[in-house]
Design a protein around this ligand. Structure first.
Ligand SMILES: O=P(O)(O)OC[C@H]1O[C@H](OP(=O)(O)OP(=O)(O)O)[C@H](O)[C@@H]1O
Ligand SMILES: O=c1cc[nH]c(=O)[nH]1
Ligand SMILES: [Mg+2]
Length: 207
C-alpha cells in the first residue's frame, strides 16, 4: 500500500515550532494537538461509507455514514500527544493503548502494556505515534495488533525517517502509512535528523 507524505503548509508551520530546541513543553504539546486535528482530517478523507436513509425537513434522502468503527491506538508514551486532537475530529472513536519502549542501546522495542476495546477484527485501526525512526516500535506494534485480530490498519506519524518507512513497507505492505513529513536520515543513536529530539521527553517534560 502506498505511503502518503502530507506536506501540508499549516502542519509544516506548526512542526517547525515543535522542532525548535527552545520550544517549551506546553507549546510543544499545543502544536502537536493542533497538528493531530489536521492529520485526522487528512487521514479520514476517504474512509469507507455506507448509505443511510434519513428524512431532512424537506424530503427523504439517502445520506452517508461511516461503515466501520474506528479504533485509535496511540503507541505509548509519545502517541498520547495525538489522541485528543484525533478524538475532537472523530468523537466516536474507541481508544486502545499499546506501550512500546525502545531500548536506547539496542534500539529494539519491547511491548510493556496493551489494552484494546473489543471488535478489532471489524474496525479501522489508526495507530498514532509522532516518530517513525528505525520503524521497530511501529512495526512491532502492528504485528502485535494484527495478532489480536486487526485487519484494516493505518499508521499515522508526524516525522518519519527513510529507514522507518522502508521497514513498514517491507514488514507490513498491507498497512497504509501516512506521514506529515519525511526527514533526511537517522543519526548513530537512532534519532531522526533533523527531527525534533525525543518526542516523549519533550511532550511530558522528562529527560
Ligand atoms: O522507530 P523507532 O526506532 O522504534 O523509534 C520510534 C519510537 O521512539 C519513541 O518512543 P520511545 O521508545 O522513546 O518511548 P516514549 O514514547 O516512552 O519516549 C517514539 O515515540 C516511537 O515510539
Ligand atoms: O528522533 C527520534 C527517534 C526516536 N524517538 C524519538 O522520540 N525521536
Ligand atoms: Mg522517548
Amino acid at each position: 500500500m502506498a505511503t502518503t507524505i502530507l506536506n501540508h503548509a499549516l502542519i509544516d508551520h506548526k512542526l517547525t515550532i515543535m522542532r525548535e530546541k527552545d520550544t517549551k513543553t506546553i507549546v510543544f504539546k499545543d502544536n502537536l494537538d493542533e497538528i493531530a486535528m489536521l492529520m485526522a482530517y487528512e487521514v479520514t478523507k476517504e474512509l469507507p461509507l455506507v448509505d443511510k436513509e434519513i428524512v431532512t425537513p424537506i424530503c427523504p434522502m439517502i445520506g452517508k455514514e461511516l461503515k466501520k468503527q474506528i479504533i485509535l491506538v496511540p503507541i505509548l508514551r509519545a502517541g498520547i500527544g495525538l489522541v485528543d486532537g484525533f478524538r475532537r475530529i472523530i468523537p466516536t472513536a474507541k481508544i486502545g493503548h499499546i506501550g512500546m519502549a525502545r531500548n536506547e542501546d539496542t534500539l529494539i522495542p519491547e511491548e510493556y502494556y496493551a489494552k484494546f476495546p473489543s471488535g478489532l477484527e471489524d474496525s479501522i485501526v489508526i495507530i498514532v505515534d509522532p516518530m517513525l525512526a528505525t520503524g521497530g516500535s511501529a512495526s512491532a506494534a502492528i504485528t502485535n495488533i494484527k495478532a489480536r485480530g486487526a485487519k484494516d490498519i493505518r499508521l499515522v506519524c508526524l516525522v518519519g525517517a527513510p529507514e522507518g518507512v522502508k521497514m513498514i513497507e517491507e514488514d507490513h505492505p498491507d498497512v497504509e502509512l501516512i506521514l506529515a513529513t519525511l526527514d533526511e536520515k537517522l543519526n548513530e543513536h537512532g534519532y531522526i535528523v533533523p527531527g525534533l529530539g525525543d518526542a516523549g521527553d519533550r511532550l511530558f517534560g522528562t529527560d
